[in-house]
Every structure is written in structure tokens, then in C-alpha cells.
Unconditional design. Structure first.
Length: 429
């Protein structure tokens, strides 16, 4: 993708415009797919300055601006004096940054514009894969290419090949590689490739202390598919809005979530996000603190809980990647199977039974009422418990909200242990 590209897909504009502002002193503080939902510029700690840069980037993507046009837009938006005299000081090191240099500004422009383009391209690849089911890796117009990237040149693989999870361009700072969409006939004429075996190396993020598995040849922080996380951003925005509504108007939030689940396309989006999230957490053994609304407690259960004076504030069910990480770790101890976790949105809507575990059954004084979703499986019963209250991030801030969130689960072979719980829906027989 080069500066000469004039046609910018609307998906690319939606990608960059949908990002939320997030300050950071170092780019690596916000890692990999976190950049799909967060707009940040290293060492820009003032939101008004960051907002100005974000708006200029959006316009650059919308209009297909050159770097010089983008820079002019920045100067006009922020003002020459404020831009030139702007200074930041790192509280820990005392390092002073007097301004964004021309080279840093160009990096901001190129990275955001290129990633926006690729995010939009991936959406088109998905839409067109019935007629164009293959992708071909192509080198960009750079004078010099990374040796590792030249090895991928002309590689032809299916659109949904796992290779694109980590090797969808851009694959590093200044990378101009791109993907060409092919029909089956075009792919066969060129020659369909065997998927390369990916070699990983450990990279320690010095800002967070986290160890990441990064494919060789990919710059740390670029080992993800920028377009694949667009659905995650959309569902995160929906969840944030719902959590903002539930405290004021829970019935409106319930209605909105039910509407999403009754919409085939939205339901498919929710299913895909959870499937991808579980796969990512399982592979990388890490969570980003994301929480998604994925279902609702059915009316029959809500009615019974209301009569018992135990109804939750709303009926929306949420899942967090932190709890998914715990569930995956517990899998070795008889926890939920991975394929079950990947189907949670559908599973939550079709349990064989729903039980009430009252707070008095818990061992802790602060224990809350839980719902236990029971499923018939060859191994016995699979349980999913839902808390009524927790802390989550709403619009970037941690707030205590009443929320039905999946917290744990497991395979139960001793059904007598369920006898102390009240059946609200279905049967455990």
C-alpha cells in the first residue's frame, strides 16, 4: 500500500474513525490488536492534542491525502505555535520531548493510513471469498525489502488460512507489502502454496513486562490481523453503550440486546468475536481486559427470579477474556472444553437447564447469587455460572456495574451435587 493509492474503501474510514483515544508514553504500552480499538501516538499525553491528530488522520484516510497535505492539516488544526512549542516530560525518566519530529509524524501517518487500508481490504476479502477464495502475498514498491518478507512473495493461500492471522500486512514499520484477491482459477494458474511453518521467538515488552510469541520476520506489535478485529471493535462499542444504558434504563438495554440476537448478521458477528477471542487467548495465554455482551437470560427465568425478589438489574449476559483465560487454564482440571468456550453465545441461549445458586450456598460472606447453566454432554454436565455484580471498564474507566458475567464452569459427573440448587428452567434429570 503506497501513498499513491487514491481509492480508500469505506471500511478503512470506519476502522480509523471508530478508534477511541488512549494516551501512552510508549507505542508498545498498547500492544498488537489493542491498536485496533485505540488511537495513540507515543508521548502525546494531552487528549486535545491527540484528538487533533486523530481527526487529521481520519481526514487523510477519507481524502487519500499525501503526507504533506496531512502535515498541513495538522498545523492548521493544532496551530503552529502550539505544535512547535509543545513539550512532554516523562515523570519516571525526566526525558523531555519538545515536539513530534517530521520523521515521527510521517511514521504516524504511514502506519495509521496503511493499517486502515488493510483493515478495509480484509473486510472485502471476507465479503468476496465466495468468488475470490484465495489471497496472494505481494511485495510493495519499496527500494529494499526485508529478507523474511521476500520469502512470502507470491505465496497463495485460502482467505481463511491460519497463516493470515499473523501475517496479514502490514508486517512491520514501513512495510508496504499487500495482498491480492484471487479467483480459484487464478490461484491454480499461479500455483496454490503449502502453508509455511511459522517460527516464533520470544519478545519481552519492556514497558509491560509481558513475554510475547512473535513470528520471525514480523515486527513486534504487528503479529495480528488488523482487519479481523473490526468485529471486536464493533461489539466492544455496543457493549460499552449497553453498560452505559443499564444503570439508567435497564429495560431499554435488554430490548437492544435482544434485538441484536434476533438479527442474523449481528448474531453471527457476536459468535465470530467470541470464537476468535477464545482462539487468541488459548494460543497466546493472555487477556486484554475486554468484556463483551453476548446473550440474555430468558424471560421465564427472569419472571421466576422476580417473584423470588432475586431478579438481576438487567438480563444481559457478558463474557470477559480474563475469565476465558482462567477457564482455559482450568481446562486441565476438568474445566470447560475449548470448543465449548468458542460456542458460548449459542450455548448460553440453549441450555438444558438453568439453576439458581443462592448467595447463602457460597463459602464467602460476600458471595453473590449465581445462575448455573447446565448442558447435557457425553461427559456429564457442563456448568456456566453468572455473577450479578462486578467491575468492568466502561469507556476506559473501571466502574462497578450490575452485570451478569460468565465466571467459571466445569464438567460435573456427580449430579447429586446439583440437588441443593433450585431449577428455574428445564430439567437436570
Amino acid at each position: 500500500m503506497t501513498e499513491d493509492v487514491k481509492v480508500i474503501p469505506h471500511e478503512a474510514i470506519a476502522y480509523i474513525a471508530g478508534k477511541k483515544l488512549k494516551t501512552s508514553y510508549n507505542w508498545s504500552e498498547i500492544y498488537a490488536q489493542e491498536h485496533s480499538s485505540a488511537f495513540t501516538v507515543a508521548k502525546i499525553m494531552e487528549l486535545d492534542v491527540l484528538d487533533g491528530i486523530h481527526k487529521s488522520i481520519i481526514k487523510a484516510v477519507e481524502d487519500g491525502q499525501s503526507f504533506n497535505s496531512f502535515k498541513k492539516s495538522i498545523l492548521e488544526r493544532l496551530g503552529k505555535s502550539g505544535w512547535g512549542d509543545y513539550e512532554q516530560v516523562d515523570e519516571k525518566t525526566g526525558e523531555k520531548i519538545t515536539r513530534l519530529s517530521n520523521s515521527r509524524l510521517k511514521k504516524v501517518y504511514q502506519t495509521n493510513k496503511t493499517q486502515s487500508f488493510h483493515a478495509g481490504s480484509w473486510q472485502r476479502f471476507q465479503k468476496n471469498k465466495a468468488t475470490h477464495p484465495y489471497l496472494r502475498y505481494r511485495l510493495g514498491p519499496s527500494k529494499e525489502h526485508r529478507l523474511e518478507h521476500t520469502k512470502f512473495n507470491n505465496l497463495v493461500l485460502p482467505v481463511d488460512a491460519p497463516f493470515w492471522l499473523t501475517h496479514m500486512p502490514a508486517n512491520g514499520w514501513g512495510c508496504n507489502c499487500w495482498l491480492q484477491n484471487l479467483t480459484k482459477e487464478q490461484a491454480q494458474a499461479i500455483g496454490i502454496s503449502k502453508s509455511p511453518e511459522i517460527e516464533y521467538h520470544d519478545w519481552i515488552n519492556k514497558k509491560t513486562g509481558r513475554k510475547h510469541k512473535v513470528p520471525k520476520g514480523i515486527d513486534p506489535g504487528f503479529e495480528y490481523n488488523v482487519g479481523m478485529h473490526r468485529e471486536h471493535n464493533a461489539l466492544k462499542m455496543v457493549t460499552d453503550k449497553l453498560m452505559g444504558v443499564v444503570t439508567q434504563n435497564p429495560s431499554a438495554a435488554n430490548k437492544a440486546m435482544t434485538g441484536l440476537l434476533n438479527n442474523t448478521a449481528q448474531k453471527a458477528m457476536i459468535a465470530k468475536v467470541l470464537h476468535d477471542m477464545v482462539a487468541d487467548v488459548a494460543e497466546h495465554k493472555r487477556a486484554y481486559g475486554n468484556t463483551y455482551a453476548v446473550g440474555v437470560i430468558n424471560d421465564e427465568v427472569i419472571d421466576k427470579l422476580t417473584k423470588m425478589d432475586k431478579a438481576p438489574h438487567h438480563s444481559i449476559i457478558a463474557v470477559s477474556d480474563t475469565q476465558i483465560l482462567h477457564a482455559i487454564r482450568d481446562n486441565k482440571k476438568g474445566g470447560l472444553p475449548l470448543n465449548f468456550l468458542q460456542q458460548l453465545p449459542a450455548k448460553l441461549q440453549k441450555p438444558d437447564a438453568i439453576l439458581l445458586e443462592p448467595s447463602t450456598a457460597g463459602s464467602k460472606k460476600s458471595a453473590l447469587d449465581n445462575l448455573i447453566f447446565v448442558y447435557n454432554t457425553p461427559s456429564g454436565k457442563v456448568l456456566v455460572r453468572l455473577d450479578y455484580e462486578t467491575k468492568i471498564k466502561v469507556n476506559g474507566k473501571k466502574e462497578r456495574v450490575k452485570l451478569n458475567i460468565v465466571t467459571t464452569g466445569g464438567i460435573i459427573t456427580n449430579l447429586t451435587s446439583l440437588g441443593k440448587y433450585e431449577v428455574l428452567y428445564g430439567s437436570i434429570n
